[in-house]
Design a protein around this ligand. Structure first.
Ligand SMILES: NC(=O)c1ccc[n+]([C@@H]2O[C@H](COP(=O)([O-])OP(=O)(O)OC[C@H]3O[C@@H](n4cnc5c(N)ncnc54)[C@H](OP(=O)(O)O)[C@@H]3O)[C@@H](O)[C@H]2O)c1
Length: 271
């Protein structure tokens, strides 16, 4: 039985990982800055703050594998993703971890964006750490794309860089893939995990608008600069690795089709 530490266990990916790891027979230790008061029979929770450097050694005690899913895309990515990953790696070497699995993002070498630059720095630290490691890049999760659109949906007109290319993937399928890799044998740098289809942001927004039965106009905003140019050129996609099977439309149907009329009215009123 593999004893596996999941950092970022309260996050989108971390949440999807917990049940899959236990179903696959792992003993799971889940880490967060504010863990729930009580661990369950399935999952042992521990407190870990990578930016402060607290709880790291005890989180790694008696662990075979780590899936390092903690990240702070909206916060201090340098403190969490770079310095925090360095701290975790240093302690993982001391703890003789057999496989350090690092989820990363497709296209981070080619897209000039500070969060991606920090992810790339962290990837290099993982690769050069003297630990057996596995790096799995994935495209954007459906839920992440939906969160961005939820924000825009509050506006009367949706200003969007409609030509950006995205290949959204279901986080559950990314989690399945990571669980397959979380064995006692590290796999090194693996093939990336992409969703089944590449879409423009304009297409994604129109499907989202339909699914939510909204009528707001979409306004193309051609953002200047290298970051959007790289996204437009498709650097965040990997069509040759369309591993996921759940399409954006299927995901939207799952999210919105079961809404009761009341809930749908409530969501529309909130926009
Ligand atoms: N989202 C995407 O579309 C996407 C696509 C491809 C790859 N990925 C990668 O997948 C991984 C997980 O992403 P996600 O979207 O699931 O992230 P997320 O939902 O934003 O979750 C981030 C997690 O990191 C934890 N965290 C934040 N600051 C921390 C700190 N100082 N110390 C310890 N833990 C901290 C948070 O836990 P607490 O706040 O509870 O401490 C939370 O559980 C990341 O490596 C990301 O780059 C994401």
């Amino acid at each position: 039985m593999v004893r596996t530490l999941v950092t970022g266990a309260t996050g989108t990916l971390g949440t999807a990982l917990q049940s899959r790891l236990t179903e696959a027979g792992h003993t799971v230790r889940a880490a967060s800055r504010s863990p729930p008061d009580e661990s369950t029979a399935d999952v042992e929770w521990v407190a870990l703050d990578l930016a402060e450097g607290t709880g790291i050694q005890s989180a790694l005690e008696d662990v075979d594998a780590v899936i390092h899913a903690a990240t702070a895309p909206q916060g201090d990515t340098k403190a969490v993703d770079v310095a925090g990953t360095d701290r975790l790696l240093e302690a993982a070497v001391e703890a003789d971890i057999e496989n350090f699995v690092y989820p990363s993002i497709v296209g981070i070498d080619d897209i000039p964006f500070s969060y991606y630059e920090h992810k790339r720095t962290a990837e290099i630290a993982v690769e050069t750490s003297n630990l057996p490691t596995t790096i799995v890049r994935a495209t954007q999760f459906h839920s992440f794309v939906a969160e961005l659109l939820d924000f825009v949906a509050k506006l009367p007109i949706w200003p969007l860089p409609t030509r950006i290319q995205v290949q959204p993937v279901d986080v559950r399928e990314v989690a399945d893939c990571l669980v397959d890799y979380a064995t006692e044998t590290a796999a090194g740098r693996t093939d990336p995990v992409g969703g089944p289809e590449v879409h423009s942001v304009g297409d994604l927004a129109r499907a989202y608008r339909r699914a939510r039965e909204l009528r707001r106009p979409i306004l193309r905003v051609p953002l200047p600069g290298g970051t959007t140019a790289a996204f437009r050129a498709g650097h965040a996609t990997c069509p040759e690795h369309a591993v996921g099977s759940v399409t954006w439309n299927e995901w939207l149907t799952e999210q919105y089709a079961s809404d009761t009329d009341d809930l749908r009215r409530h969501k529309q009123a909130a926009v």
